[in-house]
Design a binder for this molecule. Sequence first.
Ligand code: CTP
Length: 319
Amino acid sequence: GAEVVINGSSSPAVVDRSNETIKHNIQPASAKWRHNQTLSLRIRKQILKFLDAEKDISVLKGTLKPGDIIHYIFDRDSTMNVSQNLYELLPRTSPLKNKHFGTCAIVGNSGVLLNSGCGQEIDTHSFVIRCNLAPVQEYARDVGLKTDLVTMNPSVVQRAFEDLVNATWREKLLQRLHSLNGSILWIPAFMARGGKQRVEWVNELILKHHVNVRTAYPSLRLLHAVRGYWLTNKVHIKRPTTGLLMYTLATRFCSQIYLYGFWPFPLDQNQNPVKYHYYDSLKYGYTSQASPHTMPLEFKALKSLHEQGALKLTVGQCD
Ligand code: CTP
């Protein structure tokens, strides 16, 4: 099978456990990297045994009705009622139905993107996925502008939009949503109870202002299915990050997958400091202590897939 060999790397990885810094030498280098189509197809097939991106990318209208009760995935004892607004925003058919793309970009949010000059390259891909409504306009040279799908954890409303405390913040979020201009907005609404109110606010804004986005709300089984796939391949992630979820989904509809902004380490390959996010001042402590994610472990798996030609990681400058 297409086992993800996470320890099979021949490149040096020096681990400094005091601050989780790992010096990863990404090999092969950009110019020498070759896509391994056989392996990509094998991975797609294997992932299909756990989930189907076409279905799991969103709950559909036909499967829920207003008033239905949903148990949060991470807070099983807490429930939410499907509101009228949520119901209205559920897609009738999968936004990925019968979709297929030659090359896709998944843009993570690491500060490694700053001064990368990768914007143009990112924008050449047929389908561009971004995470957590990260800003693009001010960083276009490094991150590009094209956005076909963008995720939004409910916590973004708090972190980047001050929980919409006043009209200014509401307007800011509204402008950001308007700028999505028809792309898919993917909101994990059923993960944790903390997001209840925030998801409702966003849904309300979208409906009230007729925002042109295609909303999608991941299926209740997606998280466990993704985790199951990686566990089967001996990657013991606690809770997959948005970035890993996106890669796992993308294998279904993208022939070649290019990753940018995946670098969960405070120093780059040349030992220069790297911001946790390219656009805010969130710190690394956040990943190791408060967060349930195991990003360095995920990174190791992605790096191994890069070495085998199943995906391409870019962690430095683009030509
Ligand atoms: N990422 C990374 N290195 C970083 C920051 C992010 O590799 N220094 C990748 C991760 O895969 C992450 C994705 O980029 O999921 C998007 O970043 P972020 O918005 O921080 O996502 P999450 O950590 O999933 O968000 P949250 O903690 O709100 O769940």
